[in-house]
Structure formats: structure tokens, C-alpha cells
Design a binder for this molecule. Structure first.
Ligand code: SF4
Length: 696
């Protein structure tokens, strides 16, 4: 009986960056079911994760008490049974666990503050992300703090800040209602942003021209006017060829370029060498199709460009985004209805966590740590001394320094790098070396296997605070149920830890943190805790009555002289080429039912029932050549390691490729992935590894 519930609470779906608003129906202290409600991003819609993926919060594996590693525990490794933690950990009181954690951190700090680093989380709220970066900067006086944006859209943000002056989207995805052409590249929204995809489908139904570009023939191709299936890693050659045609045929918007941009002449000269005929062999797209796509996009009245991690997760990820920015600028497609740049965000609060400064080079609102005036503004609010002007280490750099013994203590909140890092056996070996690993999470994640102290935290449906979605919409999350047992909200745990280290924070309510954030975040101007009780607000909001600006930069850019920049991009091959030993190409990603490292969705009854087993996808002809039937096991090997995994047939994948979801610990895709990083965004090349596929 769907009417039989005790209470209902409005909150935000905890999974992808679309930020669907939900109503949680609670019966007997448990969430009984979830309904979509009329949020600005979802208008009542939900995908299968939002609709059925709520029950992980009641899973028996939830951490309910602080835990301390036993002195007689086996050596650190991926060796703890999540159903019986007593072999490795003993239960402790909060006082004991927090005192031990604070003492351990202070002992390391006394030796050298740089012995400690932190990973915060895009699964937490804006306030929790803000406090986490403050914890490292205030407590340890350096910037060695990061989160999963480094593995997601760091290269997109680097290119956007460089060329547009802001790391967020220039238009909401709902603006597709006003577009007549749209590009979706390196993104599989039907599986990864399913509610956003419903708007894309409606757009094509109204006659909008959808250009889908991807090495895989993803589901959205069924709605596309052009499906451009290009070679993995060949984004720059393809995009430069498209822009070459726009220049050659004079399809660019000269008046927009003159009014709003710089460096056009250099870009134009650079593009001269990228004719479709020359690039076709590199990118695997015919000159005819490259020309057709160029004309379709440039001749549209208003065009949007959406991209995902197929673009960002390369050693040339920043260059890929630079090309997309140039394409939008040269066609005058920023700052007007139906036009813009939109990297689709993966985690539900990766936008907000980045905005809140949970990154090693930027304080909140992307204010650089190298600027003494910026640091002073924060230290005044924090009532603290100055901290380092040096940009901090990123996720993969921190792990390397842990492995090298230069970082000996870590505080990890809600991240699972022992599953999500590239070449993850290296990361796991690094975590085993730490003198002090404090993990704050809701489950015994793979990373928590290596912990010395585990602090039981809260799931999003147990939290109070705000999150910001891919559209820059700031929305309230509210607790439908309390955290189980002695688990606590993350902001209060970080505050307790800070207070025990003598930082004297003393927040009593999460709204106090939000109010503090507003002091140095102009993006939150006109957005108040009070307003957020009844509405979602898109930043920037120009007044207390303005619901926020869906489109930005119509009258110039937040860069010198208000101009955006063209940054030419050269063709750089992937870090490792297929060869006789590893002849195929592996790419990784997510599936509709499972989200990221699987800690939540694999503990959801319905989602796990629909997609219970680790699997990879290969073209049916490739399987036939190998003598493998769909459903049989194969071995995948790269220069980093091997996994055994069930093979599926998928005609959408190229014959020399294999696609591997990264949610499955029993066949962890990241054992195989290449840790080579983009020099600007410092993002690893998850999307291209040379691989050998064998029948077992
Ligand atoms: Fe949740 Fe994203 Fe699905 Fe919306 S589209 S219900 S935010 S997972």
C-alpha cells in the first residue's frame, strides 16, 4: 500500500550529478519507497537508481560504531569480511576513536605537517566538503587535499577555467529545450545521466539535431541524426578537422569572435593543418561525415555541447575540452538561450565539492591558493595563520607519495581509492604502508580494509545540508531517517576531530557552516539557508527573487577584459599503444544499475538483482574469433595486472575494444588501468589501456 507511510521527506538523489529531487516515504523507521518530485532538473522523473537504489542505507553491512584496528590483526590487505569485522577491528567509543585519531594526526603534524594528506568526497554535502578542505588547510597549513573530481572532470575544469574563466557549466542541460542542435561526446547519458537523457530524447522528437560522438555506439545513437563512432583517443584530430571545415567554409561567427574572444588568429592558423582528408585515417571518421557534422553544428541557430569522461579521462583530456570550448566559441554558442558548454557531472555533488574548494590548487569558488590576498580573506574568517601558497598534491600524486613513504597519515572521508585509483594494486600497496589511515564512511569499503581507525558516517538520506548539481543548482538535502547505531553526520565528525586538535571550530549546526561559506563565495550571493528551505537556486542568483541564471556569460567572460580564449590543441597519441602483447584497447565506465565503485548500488536489493555479476563487453565477432560464447569467462591483462570476468556480446563496441565497468571488486577494472596523467588536469587515462583478452 503506497499510502501507508509514517512520514515523507524531500531530498536529493544520492547518485549522479543530475540532482533529481525525491520524496522519501518512511515507514517504521525505514525508507519504504521513493518518488520523483518536481525539481528543476527532473520535473518528477527518476531513473532506476533513484527509484530503487535507496535501500543500501538499511543494509546490514552499515558501520554503526567507531572501530580501531586490533593490535593482533592480520597484515593490512584487502582481507576483511564485511560481515565480520571483529577479526581486524574492535569497537570503540567515539571519545576513544576521536582522541586516538586526533593524537595520531597531531603526532605526525609535529614531525612534519606534510606527512598528512586528505581525500574528501563528492558524496558528501557542500558544507562537509568545505569543512574537509578547511581541516587540511587550517590544521596542516598546506593544500594536499583533493577528491574524486581528479578522476572525473578535472581536465574539463582546467580547460574551462583557462579559456572561459569558470569551471562550471555555461548552460543548464534543460536549455536543450531552446537549442536546435546539440553534440553529446564521450558521454553515455542513457546509462549515466538517465534523466538528463530524457530531455535529449524529447529534443530530437521536436526535430532537434543530435550529434552523438563516441568510440562506442552508445544507446543515444538511436535518437541521433549523426552517430560519429571515432577511434578511441582520437578526439583532438576529429574535433580539429571539424573546426577546420568551419574555418574553410567561413561558417564561424565573426562578430561574436571579435566581441568576446582572444587568440582567434592563432587558432585559425593552427587549424589549417587539420583537413578532414588528413585526419580521417587518424580518427576513423570519413571526410564526408566530418564535413557534414561541421556544417550541421555551425549552421544551427543555437547549439549545446555536452561531454563526459570519454573526453576528460585521457592524457590529453584538457586538450579535448579545449577543442570543445573553441568549437562553441567560434560558432558563437555561449551565453545565449539553447547554447553552451556542459560537462555532465558524475557524482551527485562533484560540482559542489569542487566549488567548496576540495581541490589542491583552489580555495572555495576556484580562488587560487597562490594569491596571498585570497588566502588572507580565508584565514581571517577561519581565525588562523597563513597556509602554504603552493598548489597541493592531487589524488594520484598523494598515493605516489604515500607509496614512497613521504606521506604517512591520511584522513579519507567517503572516497574509495582502493577501488577507484588507476593501477589500483599500486594504490592498495601504498595504503598498506600508512602509519595512520582514518576512514570515515558508511560501509567497510575496500579502502577501509586498510584503515587504522574507522569512523561511522551517514548516508545522504540521513544528512542535513546542501548539494549542487551539474546545472549549478544548489538544493537542500534533509534527513528522512537518523544514521544507524552511533553513526554521525560527516560535518559533525570533522568538527569534533578539528576541535580535539585545538582548531576550535565548534559548529553546532550545519547551517553555521553554510553561512561561513557565503562570506568568501560570491557564487552563493543571494542564496540563503532560508531560501533553500523552499526552493532550489541556480548560481549565480542576481537577487533574492532570482531563481538563478540558467545561462551565463552572455555579456562577457570572467577573464581579463571579459574575453574567452582559443587555446589550440595538438594531436597527442594515447600513453600506450596496442602492440603484439596487448593488441586490443580497454576502456572503462559505469553501467545503468551500478554507480562508481559499487559500495552503495551493489548493496541495493533491486539494482544488485538486475546486474549481479562482473561483466565486460566485446563485439560478437571478436568473441567468435576467440571461440568464446557470451556468458563465458575471459581473462583481461594489461601491463599492470589481470582480471577474470564474464564476457557479454555488444554490437555497439568496436571489434578491437573491450568495455569494463569499474564497480566490481571481484574483477576490479582499475587493476588494469593506466596511471599516466594529463599534465594540466592531472587526470589519469582511464579510457585507454592496451589489453590482451584471452579465453579461459
Ligand atoms: Fe538519481 Fe541521476 Fe537517476 Fe536522477 S538521473 S534519479 S539523480 S541517478
Amino acid at each position: 500500500d503506497l499510502q501507508d507511510y509514517d512520514s515523507e521527506t524531500e531530498s536529493v538523489c544520492p547518485f549522479c550529478g543530475v540532482g533529481c529531487l525525491v520524496s522519501l516515504k518512511v515507514k517504521d523507521g525505514k525508507v519504504k519507497y521513493v518518488e520523483g518530485i518536481n525539481g528543476p532538473a527532473n520535473e518528477g522523473r527518476l531513473c532506476v537508481k533513484g527509484r530503487f537504489g535507496y535501500d543500501y542505507i538499511h543494509h546490514p553491512h552499515r558501520l554503526t560504531k567507531p572501530l580501531i584496528r586490533r593490535e593482533d590483526a592480520p597484515a593490512k590487505g584487502l582481507n576483511v569480511d564485511p560481515g565480520d569485522l571483529s577479526t581486524h577491528f574492535r569497537e570503540a567509543t567515539w571519545d576513544e576513536a576521536l582522541d586516538l585519531a586526533a593524537k595520531g594526526l597531531m603526532d605526525l603534524r609535529a614531525e612534519d605537517p606534510r606527512l598528512v594528506a586528505g581525500f574528501g568526497s563528492a558524496k558528501c554535502t557542500n558544507e562537509e566538503a568545505y569543512l574537509f578542505q578547511k581541516f587540511i588547510r587550517h590544521g596542516f597549513k598546506h593544500n594536499n587535499v583533493d577528491h574524486c573530481t581528479r578522476l572525473c572532470h578535472a581536465s574539463s575544469v582546467a580547460a574551462l577555467i583557462e579559456n572561459v574563466g569558470s569551471g562550471a557549466v555555461t548552460a543548464t542541460f534543460n536549455e536543450i529545450e531552446n537549442a536546435d542542435v546539440a553534440i553529446v561526446i564521450g558521454s553515455n547519458p542513457i546509462e549515466n545521466h538517465p534523466v538528463a537523457a530524457t530531455y535529449f530524447k524529447q529534443f530530437t522528437k521536436r526535430g532537434g539535431k543530435l550529434i552523438v560522438m563516441d568510440p562506442r555506439g552508445i544507446g543515444l545513437r538511436r535518437f541521433a541524426s549523426e552517430m560519429v563512432q571515432f577511434r578511441p583517443g582520437a578526439d583532438v584530430s576529429m574535433l580539429n578537422a571539424i573546426m577546420h571545415v568551419i574555418v574553410e567554409e567561413g561558417l564561424y561567427d565573426q562578430s561574436y569572435i571579435e566581441k568576446f574572444t582572444e587568440n582567434w588568429e592563432a587558432e585559425k592558423a593552427h587549424l589549417a593543418q587539420f583537413s578532414p582528408e588528413k585526419m580521417s585515417d587518424i580518427c576513423g571518421v570519413s571526410p564526408d561525415q566530418l564535413r557534414r557534422v561541421a556544417r550541421t553544428f555551425a549552421n544551427g541557430k543555437a547549439g549545446l555541447i555536452f561531454w563526459g569522461m570519454g573526453v576528460s579521462q585521457h592524457i590529453h583530456g584538457t586538450d579535448n575540452s579545449r577543442c570543445l570550448i573553441s568549437l562553441a566559441l567560434m560558432t558563437g554558442n555561449v551565453g545565449k538561450p539553447g547554447a553552451g558548454l556542459h560537462p555532465l557531472r558524475g557524482q551527485n555533488n562533484v560540482q559542489g565539492a569542487s566549488d567548496a574548494g576540495l581541490i589542491p590548487m583552489f580555495l572555495p569558488d576556484y580562488q587560487t591558493v597562490t594569491d596571498a590576498g585570497v588566502r588572507e580573506a580565508f584565514t581571517q574568517v577561519w581565525d588562523s595563520g597563513d597556509f602554504s601558497h603552493e598548489k597541493g598534491l592531487t589524488v594520484t600524486e598523494i598515493v605516489d607519495q604515500v607509496y614512497a613513504g613521504n606521506i604517512r597519515g591520511m584522513y579519507i572521508q567517503g572516497e574509495n581509492p582502493a577501488m577507484s585509483d588507476p593501477d589500483v594494486d599500486h594504490a592498495r600497496a601504498a595504503f598498506a604502508k600508512l602509519d595512520l589511515l582514518i576512514v570515515q564512511d558508511i560501509f567497510l569499503t575496500e579502502t577501509a580494509n586498510y584503515a587504522d581507525i574507522i569512523l561511522p558516517a551517514s548516508a545522504l538520506y540521513e544528512k542535513n545540508g546542501t548539494v549542487s548539481n551539474t546545472n549549478r543548482q544548489v538544493q537542500r538535502v534533509r534527513p528522512a531517517v537518523p544514521p544507524p547505531g552511533e553513526a554521525r553526520e560527516d560535518w559533525s565528525i570533522t568538527t569534533e576531530l578539528a576541535d580535539r586538535m585545538g582548531l576550535d571550530w565548534g559548529y553546532r549546526d550545519v547551517s553555521e557552516v553554510f553561512d561561513e561559506m557565503k562570506l568568501n563565495m560570491k557564487s552563493l550571493d543571494n542564496i540563503t539557508w532560508e531560501r533553500l528551505k523552499t526552493e532550489s537556486v541556480t548560481y549565480p542568483s542576481l537577487s533574492e527573487n532570482d531563481p538563478g541564471q540558467a545561462i551565463v556569460f552572455g555579456d562577457g567572460f570572467p577573464r581579463a577584459e571579459g574575453r574567452a580564449r582559443f587555446t589550440p590543441a595538438a594531436v597527442i597519441p594515447p600513453d600506450e599503444a596496442p602492440d603484439a602483447d596487448y593488441p586490443m584497447i580497454m576502456t572503462t565506465g559505469r553501467q545503468l544499475e551500478h554507480w562508481h565503485t559499487g559500495a552503495m548500488t551493489r548493496r541495493s536489493r533491486v539494482l544488485d538483482a538486475v546486474e549481479p555479476e562482473a561483466n565486460c563487453s566485446l563485439h560478437p565477432r571478436t568473441l567468435k574469433l576467440m571461440g568464446v560464447e557470451p556468458g563465458e569467462m575471459v581473462r583481461l591483462s594489461t601491463r599492470r595486472g589481470s582480471i577474470e570476468i564474464m564476457a557479454r556480446a555488444d554490437r555497439a563496441i568496436a571489434e578491437d575494444m573491450v568495455f569494463v565497468p569499474f564497480a566490481y571488486v571481484e574483477a576490479a577494472a582499475n587493476i588494469l588501468t593506466n596511471p599516466a596523467i594529463d599534465p594540466y588536469g592531472k587526470i589519469p587515462e582511464f579510457k585507454f589501456s592496451a589489453v590482451k583478452v584471452e579465453k579461459i
